[in-house]
Design a binder for this molecule. Structure first.
Ligand code: KIV
Length: 290
């Protein structure tokens, strides 16, 4: 039997006296099994999107467990209106930047629309690129029952999969727009999707825009952790797109977004101050001149 590494021997640090709030930060390097252990211990974890170096470093330093290089880069980095146009070739460099920039967080690369739905083999070849070229530690894909063959193929091939059910933005046009999924009779469909992705081997599942009581039931029934976005407070983890949560993006926000900062306001003020200094001849001053 091999000797456990210090990380394996004491993934949460030593001693039973740590409070629930402290324990997750003691994980030295977040692995997929840690998320499940946190669920088993009734402890929550957090996930944010990240698409580049400095945000990734900052979120990692803050103790965010999972950084998702989301296909939401399409409408937060590349200037598109939706997540549909972004390509594998556009997401891989962002994934590489994030994976190079973190010391602790689990980095998940998001497979974009059209890069995995055709077949399990297509999904595997795309996911391998995210792992080899992007340095991702896991991948995320959208879909429930219908994606079970893809999830099985990936996990069999050594690629950890985070599933994404409920409202799946890549299927916006099939679902008839941004709509809550799982209301009334369709709640059983969300549960069936959740059970199918778990059975296929997913290590966690994102639930987007699902009624809180349905998400709570799914969270209770699954052994793998659930991560909510617009799915109420009972999920094991929560995720938000960082430009929404920290106020870099302006305009209409989904109801599930809580805004923690006004980065747009801060940047606007800073840019205006710089502009005024340049035009007024006060920058550069003697301190900035060789
Ligand atoms: O791409 C993304 O940002 C996502 C999250 C909203 C879960 O899929």
């Amino acid at each position: 039997m091999s000797t456990p590494t210090p990380e394996e021997a004491a993934p949460y640090g030593s001693g039973p006296t740590k409070s629930a709030a402290q324990a997750p930060t003691a994980i030295k390097r977040v692995r997929t099994h840690h998320l499940r252990e946190l669920k088993e211990r009734g402890e929550r974890f957090s996930m944010l999107t990240a698409y580049e170096q400095h945000a990734a470093q900052t979120f990692d330093e803050a103790g965010i467990e999972v950084l998702l290089v989301g296909d939401s880069a399409s409408n937060n980095v590349y200037g598109n209106e939706t997540s549909l146009p972004v390509t594998v070739d556009e997401l891989i460099p962002l994934t590489r930047a994030v994976s190079r920039s973190v010391q602790r967080a689990l980095v998940v690369g998001d497979l974009p629309f059209g890069s995995y739905q055709a077949s399990p083999e297509q999904a595997y070849l795309t996911a391998v690129r995210f792992m080899k070229e992007g340095g991702a530690h896991a991948i995320k894909l959208e879909g429930g029952v219908e994606m079970a063959p893809q999830i099985e193929r990936l996990t069999r091939g050594g690629i950890p999969v985070m599933a994404h059910i409920g409202f799946t933005p890549q299927s916006e046009h099939t679902l008839g727009g941004y709509r809550v999924q799982g209301r009334g009779d369709t709640a059983s469909r969300v549960l069936a999707d959740a059970l199918a992705v778990q059975e296929a081997g997913a290590f966690a599942v994102v639930m987007e825009m699902v009624p809180g009581d349905v998400a709570a039931q799914v969270t209770k029934e699954l052994a793998i952790p659930t991560i909510g976005i617009g799915a109420g407070p009972e999920c094991d983890g929560q995720v938000l797109v960082w430009q929404d949560a920290f106020g870099l993006r302006t305009g209409r926000m989904a109801r599930f977004v809580k805004q923690y900062a006004d980065l747009h306001g801060v940047l606007l003020e800073a840019a205006r101050a710089f502009d005024a200094d340049v035009k007024g001849g006060t920058f550069p001053g003697p301190d900035h001149t060789f």
